[in-house]
Design a protein around this ligand. Structure first.
Ligand code: SAM
Length: 319
């Protein structure tokens, strides 16, 4: 693949670099905001699973714009959490930790969070194993892990979100999504499944926008993850009436916006010559680094090479 092959295929990838966003997913949040006005009156927000940081960039830009316009309000505070290290972002407090781990979450996220009442909680997560044909069965694993991570994020959110607040998270519209909707409806009066224009139609990815946080009366947030203990011997899709939650499905982002499934010519503007733009924030420790190093030293999968020895590899890499 050439340097610009992804540029050719993916308009949002290209635009993200041109506009200085760390990832194309920035457009998903911007388009969700166009529809839901997520940041009206918001000065405090947490971004869970935030690396490389494009949602934090959007948060920072939106919240500070509002602060400058209105002035005198609550000081803007943004906290971003991820397993991986993130390149610093001005005005964003970054915490490296696992949102599913009780100790790392309670001690490193909730307690030092410089506020106890925030108005927006966001979570966007990666596909864990990639969607491959159904025969592999990996769809189920992806959906399951995504749902568990979403519940871990919701659990953290219940500790810090103020009544009336908003929670936004990526979901996969798989067969058990109805169960998730039901769980979210316990905490929020409005739950909508939204598909931004920049999210490919070919992907079952969507976002739940949960508005008006109102936990059940007497609910006490608990980091032993009670939300994660649910039973799978009930077919939630078979439930009816008030036991089954169906939420509205809304396409958002202007219809004239670029179609993320289409391939556009490199030169969009007849008056402007196409110019390659490097990624705004390249990965800090990309997984392909090891393979590049091996290839450079001619050690990558030679037919005549002896069988791979993990010790030899680690000695080589540390040398
Ligand atoms: N929202 C980000 C943005 O706009 O730049 C993109 C998020 S990326 C698609 C998903 C992130 O989830 C990865 O950086 C990954 O490290 C993080 N992640 C996955 N599992 C996690 C966990 N258990 N705790 C914290 N972060 C996690």
């Amino acid at each position: 693949m050439g340097r610009s092959s992804k540029d050719k295929r993916d308009i949002y990838y290209r635009l993200a670099k041109e506009e200085g966003w760390r990832a194309r997913s920035a457009f998903k949040l911007l388009q969700l905001d166009q529809e839901f006005n997520l940041f009206t009156g918001v000065s405090r927000a947490v971004d869970l699973c935030a690396a490389p940081g494009s949602w934090s960039q959007v948060l920072s830009r939106k919240l500070r714009e509002r602060e400058e316009k209105e002035g005198g309000g609550e000081e803007v505070k943004i906290v971003a959490v991820d397993l991986q290290a993130m390149a610093p972002l001005s005005g964003v407090t970054q915490i490296q930790g696992d949102i599913t781990k009780r100790s790392s979450v309670t001690s490193r996220v909730i307690r030092p969070l410089p506020f106890s009442h925030l108005s927006v909680s966001l979570m966007s997560l990666a596909l864990i194993s990639g969607f491959t044909p159904a025969v592999t069965g990996l769809h189920d694993v992806d959906e399951y892990i995504q749902a568990q991570l979403l519940l871990a994020a919701l659990n953290i959110t219940t500790h810090v979100l103020k009544p009336g607040g908003t929670f936004v998270a990526k979901i996969f519209r798989g067969k058990d999504v109805t169960l998730l909707y039901s769980q979210l409806k316990i905490f929020f009066s409005g739950v909508t499944c939204a598909k931004p224009r920049s999210s490919r139609n070919s992907s079952i990815e969507a976002f739940v926008v949960c508005q008006n946080y109102r936990p059940p009366e007497g609910y006490v947030p608990n980091m032993s993850n009670p939300l994660l203990d649910h039973c799978y011997d009930v077919d939630f899709n078979q439930l009816e009436g008030p036991n089954r939650t169906i939420v509205p499905f809304l396409a958002c982002g202007d219809l004239s916006a670029f179609d993320s499934d289409r391939t556009y010519p490199l030169q969009l503007d007849a008056d402007k010559q196409y110019q390659y733009t490097p990624p705004t924030q390249p990965p800090i420790r990309p997984p392909y680094q090891e393979a590049c190093q091996l290839r450079k030293n001619n050690l990558l999968s030679r037919e005549d090479a002896p069988p791979a020895c993990p010790r030899r590899l680690s000695c080589f890499l540390s040398s």
